[in-house]
Design a protein around this ligand. Structure first.
Ligand code: ADP
Ligand code: ZN
Ligand code: ZN
Length: 752
């Protein structure tokens, strides 16, 4: 019997499993077994990387397995970061190990893999080996040994003399100077004339670029008032969340910059979150010009290695400002004073798979845990945010005017009813012609891509859909094929209707390509360009189109959502919105809010320069409040109608939602699981008296995706605590076959 106390630790494992696991730490590893490090542990028949959470008091039931290896010299996360991870795991009902894995840089974990090898007697056997593990990049450094008596000759001597002169030099630098010299360097080391050491280097994604310098701008009154409130909050050192509401060009970024300056002066750091698409070199440049401190940038274009290096720089305190998209929320910054969430209304802050977190919401949680100021900035705040500001849960900072006294663009709605099928109404054609003659640039916006939205039979009305996803297929003229935007299913256009075998197939709807064709026909001399995901695929495609616009080598630019975001186009004097209502018809309660945001944003592209701009919104729903208020630049008017609607039907902020999705290849299995789940949910709700509505199950709006049938249950709870208790008990009590996949989405953003 063992009498000495055993060292037992709690380990989280990045697998879809609930709870954490206990392991025994062998004597030889005991001193190194600190919380925050990764450990290699046996799990079932495999070896997996786990995260050491801390010491555990009592051994769990049964015999404990031993930790095999401690994988890190230094902890990867701190206790306060662990607190944040635990919060996320609890809130989103996701296994802690997977949350930690997501929060740490990708590709650093070791996993067991198997490969076939010949054994000694010639039979193949399975051998286990460990794969993965992002490495630290090092470079070799050579130093001369000054009092060494042996001297090389020739090139070796030249190198040695050079080393004596400069002190130390890296292999690549020496090769650059002396040409290939591996043999000579090896010889120098062998002779004892030079010493070799390793130095860690970073893979730097923003290579030493010169940005110049600028200082803070004198603030206008509204900006100064906002900054004063932020400064007061920073001085108090308590959690302080604010909504910074101001139209594009009202000087929000300047307020961010000066707030960050206050935080830095107080010895604190700053985290800036922006939507991926807004993370431009211009934005980064603005920060680099303003601040001397280290700035780390995290975005999706980084390789795993570059990301790992940026992460290590931050962990070591070499960057006081981190700018990045959604996942930068997990940057290992310490002592955060300010967290900025720019364009807080953006749906892209929500992660749509894995841990379904929302970085905008979690910024508030991180800010609360770290006693930081959180600035949520937007021209079109979420109605839930504005509501929170009205009820005092968010401080309200308003920048009502554009900094430069530019007038808002003149906006008009064009009624497209009774013009069905026309791509452009006569008024828009007229305006485009005028604008072209006056030398102005035009933006045409529509929110679908492809040549046409869908194919429909003229005789029977049959619509061509993806056999996997049940969504309409889109015709891409360049590929000459119909494509599904969910699963990439492709087919050639049929000449007759596959359903009734008689009718001819017609393109309905308007894609960017079709619009481009039409524009070119109407204005043969105009220089026309297109910006959507297809035309800008590949590195720099996006930047190229923007550059054309900037340099004035394009007269008319046609685009999708991509043109709505964050860019400044001073030459644009006319904006045409072609399908304002397409997004109104999506099966989602936020469709009005999305449409308002989108149209407002597109309108903001007009007249950013010295000439006044004009906006024409062509729509089949000219009376819809999302459009009438967008056109009138009236956020508050929109908010009042939208919040009344939300209250009436019980949507956020008057209720909290969670969506459960069940999917299976065999339709029957998925449906059965969803039915059983709904029954269990209703029983728990009744027994625990929880005020939660259980809606469904229903076939998901996208009834079939990648060959799997999908069902959804929607939960609506007035009290968040009730909703969470229901989900928690449900998860503990529900079992389903492994062929059925269940995802729980707390605060779903996209419910398709
Ligand atoms: P937003 O982030 O709201 O779009 P910015 O901070 O980018 O606004 O400001 C828009 C433009 O106005 C920028 O070119 C910025 O340099 C300038 N600007 C901002 N604040 C001031 C100010 N107080 N005085 C002069 N120019 C300013
Ligand atoms: Zn037909
Ligand atoms: Zn599909």
């Amino acid at each position: 019997m063992q009498t000495t106390s055993q060292h037992i630790v709690e380990v989280a494992i990045p697998l879809p499993l609930e709870g954490s696991f206990h392991y025994l730490v062998p004597e030889r590893l005991s001193a190194a077994a600190q919380a925050g490090k990764r450990v290699l542990v046996p799990f079932g028949r495999r070896k997996v990387t786990g995260y050491l959470l801390g010491d555990a008091d009592a051994p769990g039931a049964g015999e404990l397995k031993e930790v095999l290896e401690i994988l890190d010299e230094e902890p990867l996360f701190t206790t306060s970061e662990l607190e944040f991870y635990r919060w996320i795991a609890g809130y989103y009902l996701h296994p802690l190990g997977e949350v930690i894995k997501m929060a740490l840089p990708a590709g650093i974990n070791l996993v067991s893999r198997y490969r076939c090898e010949q054994s000694e007697d010639g039979t193949p056997v399975l051998k286990e080996y460990l794969a993965g593990g992002k490495s630290v990049r090092t470079e070799r450094l050579y130093t001369a040994v000054p009092d060494c008596s042996t001297r090389p000759r020739g090139k070796g001597l030249e190198i040695l003399e050079y080393l004596l002169e400069v002190g130390e030099c890296s292999g690549p630098q020496l090769r650059e100077r002396f040409g290939p010299c591996t043999a000579q360097l090896g010889r120098l080391v062998e002779l004892g004339a030079a010493r070799l050491s390793q130095r860690e280097v970073y893979r730097d994604p923003f290579k030493a670029k010169e940005y110049g310098h600028d200082g803070p701008l004198p603030l206008n009154l509204a900006q100064a008032q906002a900054l004063a409130k932020v400064s007061t909050a920073l001085a108090a050192g308590e959690f302080a969340p604010f909504l910074l509401h101001g139209v594009t060009g009202s000087g929000k970024t300047e307020v961010y910059l000066q707030s960050i300056a206050v935080a830095l002066t107080a010895g604190r750091s700053a985290l800036v979150l922006v939507p991926e698409i807004a993370l431009t070199p211009q934005l980064v440049g603005r920060f680099k010009r303003r601040f001397d401190c280290g700035i780390a940038v995290l975005h999706s274009g980084l390789s795993d290695g570059e990301r790992f290096d940026e992460w290590r720089r931050i962990r070591r305190g070499e960057a006081a400002i981190v700018i990045g998209a959604r996942s930068a929320l997990f940057a290992p910054l310490e002592g955060i004073g300010v967290i900025v969430v720019d364009e807080e209304h953006e749906g892209s802050y929500k992660q749509s798979e894995g841990v379904r977190y929302n970085a905008r919401d979690l910024a508030l949680v991180r800010g609360k845990l770290g006693k930081a100021v959180v600035l949520l900035g937007s021209a079109t705040p979420l109605v839930t945010s504005y509501h929170a500001a009205q009820t005092g849960r968010l401080g309200y900072l308003s920048l009502p005017d554009r900094v430069r006294d530019l007038p808002m663009p003149e906006t008009r709605m064009l009624d497209a009813r009774n013009h069905k099928g026309d791509i452009f109404l006569p008024d828009l054609v007229e305006a485009m012609g005028e604008n072209l003659d006056a030398g102005g640039q035009t933006l045409l916006f529509l929110n679908r891509r492809g040549f046409a939205t869908y194919l429909v039979c003229e005789t029977c009305g049959h619509v061509l859909r993806c056999p996997n996803c049940a969504v309409t297929l889109t015709y891409h003229r360049i590929k000459g094929k119909h494509v599904c935007h969910y699963c990439d299913f492709t087919m050639l256009p049929p000449s007759t209707c596959p359903d009734c075998q008689s009718g001819a197939i017609t393109l309905l709807g308007r894609g960017t390509e079709r619009v481009e064709d039409q524009v070119q026909k109407l204005f043969p001399d105009a220089r026309v360009s297109r910006m959507d995901r297809d035309s800008t695929r590949g590195k720099g495609g996006h930047a190229r189109v923007l550059k054309e616009l900037e340099e004035g080598t394009v007269d008319i630019l046609i685009g999708t959502q991509m043109i709505a975001k964050g860019h400044d186009f001073p030459g644009v004097t006319l904006v045409g919105v072609l399908s304002a209502d397409a997004s109104l018809n999506l099966p989602d309660f936020r469709s009005a809010e999305r449409t308002f945001q989108l149209v407002t944003q597109v309108m903001g592209r007009a007249g950013r320069g010295d000439k006044p701009g004009r906006v024409l919104v062509q729509t089949l729903a000219p009376e819809h409040y999302a459009l009438t208020h967008a056109v009138a630049h009236d956020y508050l008017g929109f908010y009042r109608e939208e919040i009344a609607f939300r209250e009436e039907v019980g949507y956020p902020p008057f209720a909290h939602l969670a969506a459960l999705t069940f999917s299976a290849v065999a339709a029957g299995q998925g449906e059965r699981a969803a039915d059983e789940a709904a029954a269990l949910l209703r029983r728990i709700k009744r027994e625990a008296r929880l005020r939660v509505e259980v809606l469904g199950p229903v076939t998901a709006p996208l009834g079939k995706v990648r060959g799997r049938f999908r069902w959804q249950i929607l939960l609506k709870g007035v009290e968040r605590a009730d909703l969470h208790r229901l989900l928690f008990h449900f998860r503990g009590g529900f079992s389903h076959t492994s062929t059925v996949r269940l995802t729980i989405d707390v605060d779903p953003v996209d419910m398709l």
